[in-house]
Design a protein around this ligand. Sequence first.
Ligand SMILES: C[S@@+](CC[C@H](N)C(=O)[O-])C[C@H]1O[C@@H](n2cnc3c(N)ncnc32)[C@H](O)[C@@H]1O
Length: 202
Amino acid sequence: MKRALTRIVNWSHDLIAEVVNSGDLVVDLTAGKGQDVLALFQMVGPPGQVIAFDIQAKALASTKSLLEGRGASVRFSPVDEQPVSSRAGIALVETSHAQLDCYIAGKPRGIIANLGYLPGGDQDIITRPQSTVTALEQASSLLDIGGRVAVTAYPDHPGGDEEATAVTKFFTNLPEHIFYVLQLKVSNRPKSPFLFVAEKLI
Ligand SMILES: C[S@@+](CC[C@H](N)C(=O)[O-])C[C@H]1O[C@@H](n2cnc3c(N)ncnc32)[C@H](O)[C@@H]1O
């Protein structure tokens, strides 16, 4: 089947799926409407665990409804800065991804972040450079060896360009003996979303 060449988010799913297996632990830093959580759930299957963060209750409610409709076991984890218990299914945490390392006890094989605002939601509630970079620092430290973190940045909304610049700086500065870093962008459309994927080597 012909694939949509410029659908960057599809590439992020494919590149995470290459290193994730059934039963693994994976994380979504921005649950939103749950499309990325669904993709992760399909990678890890019912024995795996997906932990997803969002600061908006309505985003997590959408994610819950989508995933339950696909047969996943979904629960809300308490916001108490304690690690989410290791249990198969989807765990939703209503807090900032900047708190990531308080909530993740294991070594995720895949971590995904689709930045920006909730599609169809309030466009003033966006991911922000400082908390995004804090989350990425923690994500790259928590990541399992051989695991990948994939981030899609959106330079085309107010505040998005600043965040895209911070994300680019973060990935560009990852030490080359610890990470391979790939960037995928639509070269003739500079305001299009673009993707970074980092794989942990040691
Ligand atoms: C582009 S949407 C995510 C799309 C989503 N992954 C999907 O598949 O539908 C970005 C989401 O990031 C959330 N967000 C913004 N700041 C955040 C933060 N500091 N921590 C966690 N989520 C945040 C927003 O509420 C919004 O739902």
